[in-house]
Design a protein around this ligand. Structure first.
Ligand code: HEC
Ligand code: HEC
Length: 280
């Protein structure tokens, strides 16, 4: 593997720590029955990495354990609240999600594994589907991108795909968006001049300050972060990572982050959807 020594690596003191280098070899089986694929051959389009790993494999035993059982997973409270919202009338049309989706959120099994995708020429992420429905068919106010109501709903829908392999389309109409996201992934941002790849491709397994660097996969998003005590959106995580390079960042819900989401998701094609995951 090529190891780039970027200016930022020196400033941030990225270091190989022999005791924790690389992913561990623990198995993720949820509720004693649902076995997750946390390691897979990299999709063909990836040149810099041969094996892809879920971020779960880089966390401490303590954090890992919170994802083993839904009773211990702190994200489930927010997911329960979203299920209630799903069944609650909202907006001027007097409808709830369940008024039309009578099969419940289970109707959306498999959807998250294929998102983002292009619909009518636009790259659409789950937050878009939810807010478009609220506006167009319910006459309800849009939900704030990284708010707990929105991320709870994204997680509730994601949960219906848990255990299924991530499989986003990157060709055809998706290709230009994917190319845009890929370019962003390899662009060096900020005073530290570091790209996503500098940390998550060249240095995964190494320590950066107190953090064990993963490959920056998003198969577990929205993810419950213990540090922030709430569900974190993909775009919020992207913002945080770019800010850490001391750069101006893009807005949550921007077209740039939609494209980056498609590209990052495609790097995880083959891993199980783990939503909602738990991280420190
Ligand atoms: C007035 C009826 C109606 C209401 C209310 C409604 N939906 Fe829908 N929804 C539909 C129909 C019809 C489709 C399929 C056609 C489409 O994609 O627009 C759909 C599709 C979807 C899809 C995409 C499914 C797929 O496989 O592509 C999602 C996700 C979704 N709805 C979520 C929601 C959520 C969450 C709510 C509540 C916030 C909601 N819907 C409220 C009628 C409704
Ligand atoms: C300076 C190093 C650095 C850069 C550059 C960086 N990240 Fe991160 N990222 C981290 C650290 C540290 C974490 C927390 C530990 C971990 O999960 O890897 C993290 C976590 C993540 C996670 C959460 C993974 C999980 O399983 O919960 C995602 C997703 C992510 N980064 C994506 C990105 C993207 C996309 C970019 C480029 C826009 C980027 N990162 C740039 C350091 C970086």
């Amino acid at each position: 593997m090529k190891k780039t020594i970027a200016l930022g690596s020196v400033i941030l003191g990225i270091a190989a720590a022999p005791l924790v280098a690389g992913p561990d070899d623990d198995a993720l089986v949820i509720n004693d029955e649902l076995e997750m694929v946390t390691e897979a051959a990299a999709p063909e389009h990836l040149e810099g990495i041969r094996t892809i790993y879920s971020g779960w494999r880089f966390r401490t035993d303590e954090t890992q354990s919170l994802q083993l059982d839904d009773f211990d997973n702190p994200a489930m409270l927010t997911v329960d609240a979203a299920l209630e919202a799903f069944n609650t009338v909202d907006g001027t049309e007097g409808k709830s999600c369940a008024s039309c989706h009578t099969g419940g959120p289970e109707e959306f099994a498999g959807l998250t594994a294929s998102m983002p995708k292009v619909i009518d020429g636009k790259l659409v992420v789950m937050e878009d589907l939810i807010n478009n429905h609220r506006a167009e068919v319910m006459g309800a106010e849009p939900l704030k991108w990284s708010g707990q109501e929105m991320q709870g709903m994204v997680a509730l829908i994601g949960l219906q795909s848990r255990g299924m392999p991530v499989n986003v389309k990157i060709d055809g109409e998706a290709a230009p968006f994917w190319e845009q996201g890929k370019e962003m992934y390899y662009t060096r941002y900020g005073q530290l001049e570091m790209s996503c790849a500098n940390c998550h491709e060249d240095n995964y397994g190494n320590m950066i300050r107190a953090d064990h660097l993963s490959q920056g996969q998003i198969n577990g998003f929205p993810t419950y972060r213990l540090k922030q005590a709430r569900l974190i959106s993909k775009h919020n995580r992207f913002r945080g990572c770019i800010r850490d390079t001391r750069a101006e960042t893009f807005a949550e819900g921007s077209d740039e982050f939609r494209a980056l989401e498609l590209y990052v998701q495609s790097r995880g094609n083959g891993l199980s959807v783990e939503t909602p995951a738990v991280r420190q």
